[in-house]
Design a protein around this ligand. Sequence first.
Ligand code: PEP
Ligand code: MG
Length: 562
Amino acid sequence: MAQQGTQQVINGTPVVQGMAYAPVMWVVRPSVPSAAGGPSLPEEERESEFAKYEEAAQQVSERLLKRSESTIGNASDVLKMSSQLATDRGIRKEIRKLVLKDGMHSVQAVVKATEKFVELFLKTGGLMAERVTDLRDVRDRVIAQLQGEPEPGIPVPETPSILFADDLAPADAAGLNPDVVIGLATELGGPTSHTAIIARQLGIPCIVAVRDLGRIPSGETVLLDGATGGITRNADPDEARRMVEEDRKWRETVAAWRGPAHTVDGHHVELLVNVQDGPSAQKAAYGEAEGIGLFRTELCFLDAQVEPTIAQQVDIYKPVFDAFQESKVVIRTLDAGSDKPIAYANMEEEENPALGVRGLRISGRNPELLQHQLDAIAEAAKDHVGKTWVMAPMVATLPEAAWFTEEVHKRGLTGGIMVEVPAVAVLAEKFLTVVDFVSIGTNDLTQYTMAADRLSSHLAEYTDPWQPGVLALIANTAAAGQKVGKPVGVCGEAAADPVLACVLVGMGVTSLSMAGSAVSTVGAQVSAVSLEQCRSAAEAVKAASDAKESRYLARQALGIVQ
Ligand code: PEP
Ligand code: MG
């Protein structure tokens, strides 16, 4: 416990806004049996031992699938992925070998095979490394099934509690009940981890990557602030309850907010939505966004082994344009590579895929892919009444930017680029003279500026767009846009942070594109401040020496320090 009466704040990376004041409940993990030990199984028992494993894996998989069917949104998708992992062919093959050939007991074989795949996933890095928690979670479920024990999972508190964990597997996170789990904090995990994605969907205030979380025991009452990333021990109870009540009122304001967004002094801020296919665009069309700011086309082809024909691509893109028939749609050409490898587009193996042949660079090896995609986009957008803007990912040089824009112009469309590589942000003014618009991808811009893998759960404090170095590059780009008179949008996760959104507006960013679930929160926040305050916040963050100070200075300038 913290010394009686002494207030103490420990910090992590904030991912879902909101306040909670309640006792802590830790998720206790089952201990993992050793992979070694136990006499080798006699030959004649091996087949039946393996059959026991198959039966257990199948049951775990079916249970997870069933839960995915009674869950909605991202939570359902992640449960489905875990269900598939339980019966993954590669893992099954490894366990089969360990049991049938080496004579291992099924529990030990599951532990050993999981260890091997964990190592493999970590070595691959990126999205695969993020799935290590899922692998271990599935392992624990299969072992419990084999041992006839209850399925492990998170405790269900009887009274409202703040859940603490090392990290949450999707199956854990998806089962959270926001009525009793009113706050969430993890030692690991980054802004894009499953914990963050699901907490966002459930609206549970959440902080990840809290290094010192282990110092706070179960049962201690803490104040969790999902906006600043602070967990306060020994908070004054009256003050804490006042802050929670204020937060509750703020959430009501958010729920009632209707677009379009204007600051209190009437400055229009274009709020757009990020989508990945027709259904997500149709869903977003019911919301408050004015259009689409990022259509990630590569997400339509993650499983494709061969390049889809132009006609097939048209069928995929057209529903997105139809969903926002009269509105602006910004479509991005294939951002294949790194954490989103696509069989038909990427090189087989690269030492360092985030710095490799990804995004627009694929055109160097395979120019036809881009030409086909641009033709398909032009065809799909033929009857689109609103603006059609096409942008390229992972652009690094001026000739690339100029060439891409020309290719888009040839099809009668508006062409731009993403600002994800620091070289572009540094020379933003020059780039803006050869393109029609730019959109800042803060996820990659942060990764490349801070030299930190955006998916690493150990580097969340680096992969934070509030880092002063990242903010300076965004400010430089926005200022260049104002000078040249061309639009500068932001479509990375930074646009979904309501306070950072105000800073971006103050810097001169003209549009903000985000997940549909973030639009109302950002809209309500932007509508509660003046352009002048946004400009002061943009000015104030220049003095910050780290991400935490940037947040503090911005909130102070915006008058939202509680
Ligand atoms: C970004 O990098 O910020 C971005 C929007 O692109 P993606 O997240 O798809 O890499
Ligand atoms: Mg990117």
